[in-house]
Design a protein around this ligand. Sequence first.
Ligand code: NAD
Length: 293
Amino acid sequence: MSRIAVVGLGNMGGPMAANLVAAGHTVTGYDPVPAARETAARAGVDVAGSSPEAVTGAEVVITMLPSGKHVTDVYAELLPAAPAGALFVDCSTIDVGSSRAAHAAAAAAGHRSVDAPVSGGVVGAEAGTLTFMAGGAPEAITDAEPVLAVLGKRTVRCGDPGAGQVAKMCNNMVLGASMIAVSEAFVLAEKLGLEPQALFDVVSTSSGQCWAVSTNCPVPGPVPGSPANRDFTGGFAAQLMLKDLRLAQDAAAEAGIELAMGRRATERYTEFTERDDRVQDFSAIVTDIRKGG
Ligand code: NAD
């Protein structure tokens, strides 16, 4: 069993830390939000008084933070405080530049590092069924795998430092655009008198099949577990989808390419989150399309 620090005990990091405790690891953690610390403590996490204190003695340091700036700032505090040769695993979804900077800072401080953003959301974090997209030195990813295996069902080796973030950003750009396309199809079908179940039966078994229809269907009924059946609560928040779409647009601009679908999806989610409840599942964009938005 390992000594593992988890820094960032929010919606994702909290249940991930709890699963590591349940698997028998010694887990220390920190989050500036008292409620997050209390929930983690109830799950058996040894809550420290600060981030540097949490990583003292840790063999593995997992970070699950909101943005690239959070990660680089927190790394500046953690790297000098962790034991030599510690393995840093950043599971946050962040921009590729910050991720590569975090890897470089970890190497300069004598640590190993992996970027391992996740797919699967809060439900996957709680159930221990996340998918990790890993970037970094192959040996570092190998060392991270036993810990990631507690938290998820699959780790995909994506390549060099930052490659996990590239894969995550590209995946979520596909997801954002496909959710809009699927939602437009359901709204058009409604307007033309086609039952949602009939459209689902066709698309989910035909060439339009994708996760946005077969798992996260934006209308209630065809997929009983999709957030549309519970007023779009408990899913992947529209504001997080927008964050990921913006990361892809920023990366495209830096690479000097225009991604028209990704840009339009970013605009649609910007409009939607300005008008509506930002924490609703991103499939709630169907309600905006229905209103003619
Ligand atoms: P969250 O806001 O619930 O958790 C982030 C936590 O980081 C917060 O509790 C915050 O207090 C803490 N934090 C901020 N600054 C800190 C610091 N200096 N030291 C320690 N902790 C600090 O967000 P989340 O939903 O848990 O998401 C975390 C990351 O996972 C994000 O990058 C997000 O994009 C990604 N992600 C989220 C989901 C999801 O469904 N929620 C899915 C996939 C990926």
